[in-house]
Design a protein around this ligand. Structure first.
Ligand SMILES: *[C@@H]1O[C@H](CO)[C@@H](O)[C@H](O)[C@H]1NC(C)=O
Length: 217
């Protein structure tokens, strides 16, 4: 009898620990919200700068992994073991620095969208600076899940060593749409009330999150 109540109490304690875990691992430090909201405001002008200032249907060559969409996040959350939200956040920074570099590279010096894209790059850097400051150095040394490490290696590979089959063509606008939507998904705490046209994506992402956490518990 005594034994049983001890094990019940132990079970209760364990359960309590599990319930606490999501709180302990809150993925987005609040200090990140200011730079991310600034970035979000800049990204709201993406149609003008990334569509109207380019020829119709203009595409650029990017890494397969740089087409980083909500569906990729959803798949990774379901398939990658020991995946943490901030692993995905780290990858989001890497991917989108790469995307902005590629867009800048195709624009002539005096292209009307160049200052805009450079500003996005600076804003992304600001946000990443806060991200780095708000995690202990060990976080950046810890091993990533294998699937994430593989993508990381692809993205940091020298361009001329990337096989032809792993390139994709994408419009600058669609790349920035992904940039914005995945930001709302991965840093959802900062975007409780989002602009209407991104509302759908962001609530879609919350649903995914909930499903995944239910599956885990
Ligand atoms: C642009 O792409 C759309 C959809 O693929 C196509 O219907 C349209 O004809 C294209 N426009 C031009 C100017 O190539």
């Amino acid at each position: 009898m005594v034994q049983r109540s001890t094990s019940v109490r132990l079970l209760g304690a364990l359960l309590g620990l599990f319930l606490l875990m999501p709180v302990l691992m809150a993925p987005t430090p609040p200090s990140m919200c200011t730079p991310l909201r600034t970035l979000n405001e800049k990204l709201s002008h993406r149609r003008r700068y990334m569509k109207h200032n380019f020829p119709v249907n203009y595409t650029i060559k990017v890494h397969h992994e740089e087409v980083f969409k909500l569906s990729n996040i959803r798949k990774m959350k379901l398939q990658v073991e020991n995946l943490e939200e901030n692993h995905l956040q780290r990858m989001w920074f890497l991917v989108n620095h790469g995307v902005l570099k590629r867009i800048i590279r195709v624009m002539p010096e005096r292209h009307p969208s160049r200052p805009y894209t450079s500003e996005l790059e600076r804003r992304l850097q600001d946000a990443e600076g806060v991200f780095v400051q708000s995690h202990p150095p060990e976080f950046f040394q810890q091993e990533l899940p294998v699937a994430i490490q593989d993508i990381w290696d692809c993205l940091t590979e020298e361009s001329d060593r990337v096989p032809e089959s792993s390139w994709r063509f994408a419009t600058p606008k669609s790349l920035l749409d992904n940039f914005c939507r995945t930001m709302h998904c991965l840093f959802s705490e900062c975007f409780a009330t989002t602009e209407t046209h991104d509302q759908l994506d962001s609530s879609h992402c919350r649903k995914i999150k909930k499903n995944v956490s239910t599956a885990n518990s």
